[in-house]
Design a protein around this ligand. Structure first.
Ligand code: MG
Length: 332
């Protein structure tokens, strides 16, 4: 199957100038812009763990496999260059499934301007798995890390949160547009960033832990997606709880120096950025209530067990509700 499929694929793949040699040789050759560092990330999704092939369109699964990797590049402030795609295919209907998955992969490649530079196909006695290694670049020394947030920095989020399971989780849109817009702001420095794959509060907690800081979250300022309201109507949880704890928003959490935030206030509307809090010297996540600062529990999905993937949890599913956020009763 591999030779004929690769010939088909080669005819479908569009090159990008940065890919000097793509599919067809032993390895790809990629030009890096001078003064840039290579950013590399990989993520795999597996049938039965992250999606069900009978329930979800193969093209959606392919698109999502690309988008989740591109979101990790966006979180680093990177521009995508090329993807390496490995499909492990079940023996039955392997060519048909590969072609259908690739429809979504190629759609994402075109939409987000990334070349498919190579990969692998294998048929096995097992489930469909899609593993993508995504390559991108940043100006040297300017990758956005999780570890750079400082006390007093503004905490910002790039768009409305919650309820992705209503449908957006099938076609996530990595915020590469925002990366470009922020890179175009001369002199602006993003102190830290992370993408929201597992839930705003859980991913914010990870960023805080990496930076050795805490954060005060202004929950009234948190942009709530209409899908969170839809989910809340059937889950018995509030839209805010969905915004804080649902996974797969694939928006970015960012830390800016206060001066930089002031400078950004002009193009804020266009960028879709919302200020939702401040980073603190003390650790932990906090929200301000009637009795001062109250501790928030980080909530969200832990990947590796079962992802909040294309698999929607059944109603009342404990993995959906077990970790939902509740402010601790005691204040500081
Ligand atoms: Mg990430």
């Amino acid at each position: 199957m591999e030779q004929s499929f690769l010939a088909w694929l080669k005819g479908r793949v569009r090159g990008l100038p940065a890919v000097a040699v793509g599919i067809g040789d032993d390895a790809a050759v990629i030009d890096l812009q001078p003064g840039c560092q290579l950013i590399a990330t990989t993520d795999e999704i597996i049938e039965g763990v992250d999606f069900l092939i009978e329930r979800h369109a193969a093209a959606d699964i392919g698109f999502k496999a690309m988008a989740i990797n591109l979101s990790d590049l966006a979180a680093m402030g990177a521009t995508p260059t090329a993807a390496l795609v490995t499909l492990s295919l079940p023996a039955e209907r392997s060519t048909e499934i590969a072609a259908a998955v690739y429809e979504g992969i190629l759609e994402a490649a075109q939409r987000f301007q990334v070349a498919i530079a190579g990969g692998d196909l294998s048929i096995h006695d097992g489930a469909l798995a899609i593993s993508i290694t995504m390559l991108g670049q940043v100006p040297s020394g300017q990758a956005w890390l999780r570890s750079g947030a400082e006390e007093g920095d503004c905490l910002a989020v790039s768009g409305p949160l919650g309820g992705s399971l209503v449908g957006r989780h099938l076609r996530p849109l990595p915020r590469l547009d925002l990366v470009r817009a922020l890179r175009d702001q001369a002199g602006l420095r993003v102190h830290a960033a992370i993408d929201i794959s597992d839930g705003f509060s859980l991913d914010l907690d990870r960023l805080c832990a990496a930076s050795g800081v805490g954060a005060e979250v202004d929950t009234a300022a948190l942009p709530i997606h209409p899908d969170a309201v839809t989910r809340a109507a059937e889950s018995g949880r509030t839209p805010l709880e969905h915004a804080l704890g649902d996974g797969e928003d694939f928006e970015l959490i960012l830390a800016f120096a206060p001066d930089d935030w002031e400078r950004l206030s002009q193009p804020l509307g266009e960028l879709g950025l919302h200020r939702v809090g401040t980073f603190l010297g003390r650790t932990g996540l906090w929200s301000r209530g009637e009795r001062g600062l109250q501790r928030m529990l980080a909530s969200g999905y832990i990947h590796g067990g079962r992802r909040n993937g294309v698999l929607p949890p059944s109603r009342g599913d404990s993995s959906d509700s077990a970790e939902h956020p509740e402010p601790e009763v005691s204040g500081p």
